[in-house]
Write a protein that binds this ligand. Structure first.
Ligand code: URA
Length: 443
């Protein structure tokens, strides 16, 4: 008897069931995820199944089982015995963002939450496409390294309280394979697959509390609010089913977050936030995510804005960067070339499209087209004006940064039609300026 004959199901049978809008049984789900991880189900078969899921969906029980099967494909971490050097038990809280342009929030957030005695094990990734990766940003800091062993990570969590490092390959390996496959088969945008992909990794990571930043708008995966809301609800339910205290903030990603998109540029802005300054939207989101993470870990009697103002979060930042070999006081790399984009008329910055800015930063060299490519630490887009602010003809609206000036033309092409200066009354301008980045809270 061959190994193939010993399998309890047949991949084609499972694909046909989902194609014909049937509910997959728990046994079918366990088998197909495991058999794919073992290489028994082929990539072309899993692609067909992913497309059937994208088109026909999954119910809550199917999504939950699929998530569990992906968790079971690898190791689980456990922080339940984590203690500080003085013996205090440390609760843990983590944040996951679905990704957006200028989203540097993890950088000030992790040390801020740790400054209140809650440990933050932040396993992060590198960027692909127009959204930047947290590790690429931190690697702009001279000497900083992303790869830690589990023991190094645990020691840093105990001694410093915060760690941002590369996720090891042992967590949810089924997702690793499936995500790469979805990327090249047009099946990324399926809510059951996104929710199970994110939550399998977060649950396997073993955090006690989890806050999800689910973004919607042009610069996010989810372009409309209804889909973002459905994704948030699905992930919150998955987290709670697994015993993780989970909430989601629904946040706006139609304009970039803050004034920078690009690795070293975003580190600089994060340090401004840790020093008690920085753009209002970055500060608002950092403080609200910190409040939710702290509440999930049982700390409810603090105002997280305080430790940004009094330097305590900055102290943790310094120790967190130093623990991973980085020099938090070193000059950050800058790009060799810059070019300004100026307003052609007087008026108000009425439009600034997150996708256009993200694409421009990517084309300037801040992101990569293929896995494994290097990124330019200094490249990116620096904004001088936020939506709703007045500009005069000839005034700088943004500065483009790159080491390779031949990239300017394509970056400027990405920005065409992505921003506009127009005549606006004061009330309309104020409404644009004062828009909150947080749209809702789910869970
Ligand atoms: N991030 C993930 O980890 N998985 C997805 O499917 C989408 C975003």
């Amino acid at each position: 008897m061959t190994a193939q004959q010993a399998e309890p199901f047949d991949a084609v049978e499972v694909i046909r069931a989902k194609r014909d809008r049937q509910t997959l049984s728990p046994e079918q789900i366990d088998w197909v995820v495991d058999a794919y991880t073992r290489g028994v189900v082929a990539d072309e078969q899993m692609s067909a199944l992913a497309m059937a899921i994208l088109l026909n969906g999954m119910d809550r029980a199917e999504i939950s089982r699929w998530t569990d099967a992906m968790i079971a494909s690898g190791e689980r971490m456990d922080f339940s015995g984590l203690t500080a050097p003085d013996g205090r038990v440390l609760p843990t809280a983590d944040k996951h963002s679905t990704g957006g342009v200028g989203d540097k929030i993890t950088l000030p957030l992790a040390p801020l939450v740790a400054s209140y005695g809650v440990a933050v094990p932040q396993l992060s990734g590198r960027g692909l496409g127009h959204t930047g990766g947290t590790l690429d940003k931190l690697e702009a800091i001279p000497g900083w390294r992303a790869d830690l062993t589990n023991e190094q990570m645990m020691r840093q969590l105990s001694e410093v309280g915060a760690v941002i490092c590369a996720a090891g390959s042992g967590l949810a390996p089924a997702d690793k394979r499936l995500y790469a496959l979805r990327d090249v088969t047009g099946t990324v945008e399926a809510i059951p697959l996104i929710a199970s992909s994110i939550m399998s990794k977060k649950i396997a990571e073993g955090t006690g509390a989890l806050v999800l930043d689910v973004k919607c708008g042009s610069g996010a995966f989810m372009k409309d609010e209804a889909s973002a809301r459905e994704l948030a609800r699905t992930m919150v339910d998955l987290g709670r089913d697994a015993g993780v205290d989970t909430v989601a903030l629904l946040t706006d990603m139609s304009v970039p977050l803050g004034l920078t998109a690009g690795n070293a540029l975003e580190v600089r802005e994060s340090v401004e936030v840790l020093a008690g300054g920085g753009p209002a939207d970055v500060v608002e989101l950092t403080v609200e995510l910190a409040r939710a993470m702290l509440a999930g870990a049982g700390v409810t009697d603090v105002d997280p804005a305080q430790n940004l103002a009094n330097g305590k979060a900055m102290d943790v930042w310094h120790r967190m960067i130093e623990a991973q070999g980085g020099d938090p006081r070193a000059d950050l790399p800058t790009a060799a070339h810059t070019e300004d984009v100026v307003a052609e008329a007087d008026g108000v910055l009425a439009e600034l499209d997150a996708m256009a800015v993200g694409l421009a930063a990517w084309r300037l060299g801040a992101g990569r087209e293929r896995q494994g490519q290097p990124v330019q630490a200094g490249a990116g887009v620096e904004l001088h004006v936020r939506p709703g602010e007045r500009v005069a003809r000839g005034q700088k609206v943004m500065t483009l940064h790159t080491d390779t000036p031949e990239r300017f033309a394509r970056a400027k092409a990405a920005l065409e039609g992505g921003w506009a200066v127009a005549e606006k009354g004061e009330a309309e301008a104020a409404a644009l300026r004062d828009r909150s980045v947080i749209l809702d809270r789910i869970g």
